[in-house]
Design a protein around this ligand. Structure first.
Ligand code: NDP
Length: 316
């Protein structure tokens, strides 16, 4: 149903690009400047990266600026940090655009979604990179860590996809930055939970209920009894990986001809503010697998609905 709505929207946007020639006719009737701009943007491809102001996200933006044939948007929750990152990439000679986007803010998500729908008729590449992690040494209670971590990494990423997946154009690529920790944490779940996360029939609602249950159990320190591991970050990324698989299956079913590929990935252990200075990979190296998935060539049918690390599909 959800995807039927988007198919409808896509048909509308496809027909509006077909209408370019008749818009040409309309230009005789109305001032041309605005229309010309709209037509140019509508025919441009566009890539959007969340959490693009630093770390792996910024390196993904940088690589896309070099390799993606179209407009690249660095998005960030903080306008100042986003503009600063944009300026540093521009200073290196790259052409990059900026749009504010806080994935925890529903208004910010809808404003951005409307912007890309109006200016480009949708998006061609979406990289959900934004994420948070408490430091190991953080003394915040586990219940709080569970609530806060899942709020951004799972629930806000899901909100992004609720609004942006219908905007993904035919041939589009969606990359959700998860983590190898999702696989490790999956293996620490009870057999019952593991079988649900690995099943082909888990729905987005069921997954969301499971994520909510983890947060609720963690409030009373009962998550271990409930079969969950002692890692809020790991559980949040189980959610991201499983959600990617659910969306891939749904797209295959509901938009079979659109050849959209959705995958989750691990960037590796990367030197960023999140992972610290001892990690072996540079942000540029961490961007390699997400960018590979974002730029899977037209006509490719795989990987789709997979968890990918080092450009290789991993066992889930
Ligand atoms: P950083 O902490 O360096 O960067 C995280 C980015 O996400 C920042 O731009 C941050 O913005 C942004 N962000 C956080 N919350 C929000 C929000 N609500 N809305 C928009 N942006 C937000 O982390 P990394 O670059 O290391 O991590 C990027 C992704 O890679 C994450 O999803 C992480 O879980 C994943 N990952 C990282 C690994 C590593 O070794 N580094 C390993 C495996 C996965 P701000 O600057 O405003 O805080």
């Amino acid at each position: 149903m959800f995807f039927r709505v988007c198919a409808l929207r896509l048909r509308t946007s496809a027909s509006s690009s077909l209408l370019c020639s008749s818009v040409g006719f309309q230009q005789f009737l109305s001032p041309p400047l605005h229309n010309t701009t709209t037509i140019t943007s509508m025919s441009s491809k566009v890539a959007v990266v969340t959490g693009g102001n630093k770390g792996i996200g910024k390196a993904i933006v940088q690589a896309l600026c070099k390799e993606f044939q179209g407009d690249v948007y660095l998005t960030a929750r903080d306008e100042g940090r986003g503009q600063e990152a944009k300026a540093s990439l521009s200073a290196a000679g790259l052409k990059v655009h900026f749009h504010q986007l806080d994935i925890n803010d529903a208004g910010s998500i809808t404003r951005a979604a409307d912007y890309f729908k109006d200016k480009y008729g949708g998006v061609d590449v979406l990289v959900n990179n934004a994420g948070i992690a408490f430091k190991v040494a953080d003394t915040a209670p586990f219940s709080q860590q569970a609530e806060v971590t899942l709020r951004t990494n799972y629930f806000a990423t899901r909100d992004m996809l609720t609004h942006f997946l219908p905007l993904v154009k035919a041939g589009g690529r969606v990359v959700n930055v998860s983590s190898f920790v999702s696989v490790r944490s999956l293996n620490m779940c009870s057999p019952e939970l593991q079988s649900r996360f690995r099943s082909d029939d888990i729905s987005e609602d069921e997954l969301t209920q499971l994520m909510t249950r983890f947060v609720d159990l963690a409030k009373d320190d009962r998550h271990k009894q409930g079969g969950w591991p002692e890692t809020a970050y790991g559980v949040s990324k189980i959610g991201v990986t499983t959600l990617s698989m659910i969306h891939a299956r749904r797209l295959t079913k509901e938009r079979p001809n659109d050849q959209i590929l959705v995958n989750a990935c691990c960037p590796g252990w990367v030197r960023t503010d999140m992972a610290g200075p001892k990690a072996p990979k540079s942000p540029e190296e961490g961007a390699v697998t997400p960018v590979y998935l974002a730029l899977l060539p037209a006509g490719a049918s795989q990987p789709h609905g997979k968890f990918v690390s080092d450009k290789t599909v991993q066992t889930w």
